[in-house]
Design a protein around this ligand. Structure first.
Ligand SMILES: [Zn+2]
Length: 232
């Protein structure tokens, strides 16, 4: 048996309601990570997701690489997104109980890493439960202590762009690769994954219904999607 908690980044997009409908239809829980500026652009689409019971976490306002910013700038990015999220939850009539955070690009801020983790801890962000993850590198890299939400396996579907040689069949091939060079295998019997997918309209334009094909493949292979839990 293979378990997974699904996370979806860069919410919201025009396609978010269709994605949310698919997840609901299939009974796949997920944490959505919202980018402040994308929520402002696609506000009703983000409200739609909240009203269907999904959690939207903080993914900064404008998606910077945090190691290139000062501490003040990092805080500004996070707080600006917090303002957007607080307004969104209010307008959706949804209660904001859990506040997970994800760094853009997984960039934990370089020499500011400890300071940012302390900031997240002091400002009420919640750690997604990861005690089920048994990969030794998860602990070796200190990911079991970090407050932000990292991942065990990231899909590269966002790389499907005009002019890029990476194609849908490459995504599917990579998913089935038993010995990938730069990650753990996706179909790793007995594993507990934290999966990372994106909600990009650009991907939908290049590969309509990409999430149906990808997540459908996981369902076919017997992956159990667990509801996210948090460590208080
Ligand atoms: Zn992102």
């Amino acid at each position: 048996m293979l378990h997974a908690v699904l996370t979806i980044d860069d919410i919201a997009s025009k396609n978010t309601p269709a994605l949310v409908d698919y997840l609901t239809e299939q009974g796949i829980p997920a944490i959505l990570f919202g980018l402040g500026q994308n929520i402002e652009r696609n506000y009703q689409e983000a409200i739609y997701a909240l009203q269907r019971g999904f959690i939207i976490g903080n993914h900064t306002y404008s998606h910077p690489g945090c190691s290139g910013l000062s501490m003040d700038e990092v805080v500004e990015e996070i707080e600006h997104c917090e303002e957007v999220l607080n307004r969104l939850y209010r307008d959706a009539g949804a209660e904001r109980v859990w506040r997970p955070f994800r760094f853009p690009y997984g960039d934990k801020g370089g020499d500011k890493k400890d300071a940012i983790q302390q900031y997240l801890k002091d400002h009420g962000f919640h750690k997604v439960k990861d005690t089920q993850i048994t990969y030794p590198w998860w602990k070796e890299r200190g990911l079991d202590r970090d407050i932000d939400t990292f991942w065990t396996y990231g899909f590269r579907e966002y790389d499907i762009r005009p002019g890029n040689p990476y194609k849908p069949e490459d995504v599917m091939r990579d998913m089935d690769d038993p010995h990938p060079t730069d990650s753990v295998p996706l179909f790793d019997e007995g594993a507990h994954h934290l999966l990372l997918l994106h909600a990009h309209d650009e991907t939908e334009a290049m590969w309509p219904g990409y999430y149906r094909v990808m997540l459908g493949h996981l369902l076919d292979r017997g992956v159990v999607f667990d509801p996210p839990e948090f460590i208080d």
